[in-house]
Write a protein of this length. Structure first.
Length: 315
């Protein structure tokens, strides 16, 4: 029987989608890809395939899950299976360099950023970036990995030479200009099937003092279980009637990069300029904010996958 196949490495993040699939009585199977095989000489099963692989998998002991998943996705794509968030989406998920270059190509403004490998190169990048305040973050990120705010080169050097320096899993550290927002919040836009679902405003007044523009901490705050950061009742709020023109740019960007499901985050500076700083293709949703607004991301995703499965069944 044809079914929906969910590729992932984190059960806690996947259970909420499973619940919605079961509510809609949709057939599904989980492919937990923390380890496994890619049988290239075999034919993959029929069905609809959706990848929820995360850039932070190595923090859960699943260091090679993204690499294995890319192999599986390549195998599926070779056989023309219906794949959502395939190899192109995964390459953006695990590399902010790839994200920023793709966003820039789409005409979407991102913070000034330099990628560097090696202690001296990180310092040189910070000297050359041309801003007084900057942050560091990991290229393969998630969970706030490597995020620090600096107001001087000397402070950066002390960090790099000290015991708290966090070595990136891929060796690449980003130096990025610090965007100061006049109000303590960022906005996250959710998309399913490449189409806008809703925008949620995230209060950054607590826990974002070092870097209110950091996507990785947002990931933890959005996480519905397991690694969730403490929340206040108004930490998340779905924005009623959000219709900023950036949505059209985001939808075009997702289509160009073959991304079906994503959460895209931006911050506004004092002049109202939007800076986009994260594309999360393993997006989660905040249950309290959704309940208050009557909008449910995982339900929309389950419906989207079900419709894709139905189209395939009637071919």
């Amino acid at each position: 029987m044809t079914k929906i196949h969910i590729l992932h490495e984190n059960q806690e993040w996947t259970d909420h989608l499973i619940k919605r699939l079961e509510e809609l009585e949709l057939p599904y199977e989980q492919w937990h890809l923390d380890e496994g095989q890619v049988p290239l000489d075999e034919i993959p099963p029929e069905g609809v395939f959706y990848s929820r692989m995360s850039a932070s998998s190595h923090t859960r002991g699943h260091r090679y899950a993204p690499e294995l998943t890319e192999g599986v996705l390549s195998w599926l794509e070779e056989h023309d299976r219906t794949v959502f968030n395939g190899t192109r989406a995964l390459r953006l998920e695990v590399s902010k360099i790839n994200q920023y270059t793709a966003l820039r190509k789409a005409g979407i403004r991102v913070p000034k950023t330099t990628a560097a490998v090696g202690r001296d190169q990180i310092v040189e990048a910070a000297k050359n970036i041309g801003v007084s305040s900057f942050i560091t973050k990991h290229n393969r990120a998630g969970k706030g990995l490597g995020v620090q705010l600096f107001h001087s080169i000397e402070a950066l050097e002390t960090y790099l030479d000290g015991p708290t320096f966090d070595e990136p899993v891929d060796g690449i550290t980003l130096i990025q200009e610090y965007i100061q927002a006049p109000e303590p919040y960022i906005t996250r836009c959710e998309f399913v099937g490449g189409k806008f679902v809703y925008a949620v405003q995230v209060d950054t007044s607590e826990g974002f003092e070092l870097c209110p523009a950091d996507a990785c901490v947002i990931d933890d705050l959005f996480c519905p279980v397991g690694e969730e950061a403490p929340q206040t009742p108004m930490k998340f709020k779905v924005v009623d009637g959000f219709d900023d023109p950036i949505i059209q740019k985001y939808e075009a960007f997702l289509q160009a990069n073959q991304i079906a499901v994503a959460g895209i985050e931006f911050i506004k500076d004092a002049d109202g300029t939007i800076y986009t700083y994260d594309v999360n293709t393993n997006t989660n949703y905040n249950s309290d904010a959704e309940a208050a607004a009557g909008k449910f991301g995982m339900l929309e995703l389950a419906k989207f996958l079900g419709a894709a499965l139905e189209r395939q069944t009637v071919k």
